[in-house]
Design a protein around this ligand. Structure first.
Ligand SMILES: O=C(O)[C@@H](CO)OP(=O)(O)O
Length: 292
């Protein structure tokens, strides 16, 4: 999917926010010092990363990769719990992989959000899908959050391991071999993707599609997978290929980053649904949340 198509869809959906920003900045520039404070607030954005809740194949301990399986009952609960943790953090835009477990997680999490905006999946697969899914009410758009799904954020392709039991595979090929397939940086499983190959598409997508949104002040939630998120975190935290080997992500635990002055600042996982717990992360985001 061409970058322009996504931007067009988001642009149409988000009504006049760019124009408002322009007017806002223009007005502020004319009144001096206040401009500095307000621009500072606008230049900060939240990035929430969440690995999907437990899937039915996580539950069965099967290699999943790009096989599109839904959440388990426990995964549904984890997604709702994740939503409670981030319920006070503003979200303007949601990115998910093309796989249902990441999409379910994002949708279930948003049922807990205190703004109660409706997440709407953008359909950009062809011109007709785009046209037929248009929203016309300006007020309705304001109370909605566009959800963009992209295959580039999918779990790494696990090749011939997909659908095999992890324990049985370790018994058959040896623990070390299977650990190498699962956690080395550049050794792919048979006919699958290494973490390095997964990073090439996931990080490129993040830089081309998600970073510009953060730069323009949009608060973003990204719901994806163990390995696509490991590769993105490697980029955000500047981890080496040695360091990323020991990075493990739990299912359904959101992680918050603040994007400020072109840098990603890791804030860990919001501790709970309490106002104090979440707002403690940044005063500026508090102001943004209260403004809306
Ligand atoms: O099976 C998979 O797709 C992944 C994530 O569950 O497994 P692993 O943790 O081995 O990379």
């Amino acid at each position: 999917m061409a970058a322009g198509v996504y931007n067009q869809a988001i642009g149409a959906f988000q009504s006049n926010s760019h124009i408002n920003n322009f007017n806002h900045q223009h007005k502020l520039n004319n009144i001096g010092r206040l401009a500095v404070t307000k621009d500072f607030i606008r230049n900060e954005a939240a990035l929430i990363l969440v690995r999907h809740g437990e899937s039915l194949w996580n539950e069965k301990n099967l290699f999943t990769g790009c096989v599109d399986v839904p959440l388990s009952k426990k995964g549904i609960d984890e997604a709702i719990e994740a939503g409670k943790r981030i319920s006070s953090i503003p979200v303007d835009l949601i990115f998910t992989s093309a796989l249902i477990r990441a999409q379910m997680t994002a949708m279930l999490a948003m049922t807990q959000h205190r703004r109660m905006k409706v997440p709407i999946i953008m359909h950009n697969e062809n011109e007709q899908a785009r046209e037929w899914s248009q929203v016309f009410g300006e007020d309705t758009k304001k109370h909605s959050i566009p959800v963009i799904s992209a295959w580039q954020l999918n779990e790494r392709m696990y090749g011939e391991l997909q659908g095999l039991n992890k324990q049985e595979t370790a018994e058959r090929y040896g623990k070390e071999q299977v650990h190498e397939w699962r956690r080395s940086y550049n050794i792919p499983p048979p006919n699958g993707e290494s973490l390095e190959m997964c990073a090439q598409r996931a990080v490129a997508y993040f830089r081309e599609q998600i970073e510009p949104q953060l730069l323009s002040g949009k608060n973003v939630m990204l719901s994806a997978h163990g390995n696509s998120l490991r590769s993105i975190i490697m980029y955000l935290d500047k981890l080496t290929s040695r360091e990323v080997i020991s990075l493990e992500l739990s299912t359904g635990i959101p992680m918050l980053y603040i994007f400020k002055e072109g840098r990603f600042i890791r804030r860990g996982s919001p501790t709970g649904p309490t106002e104090a717990g979440v707002y403690a992360y940044t005063r500026n985001l508090l102001s943004v949340a209260l403004e809306r």
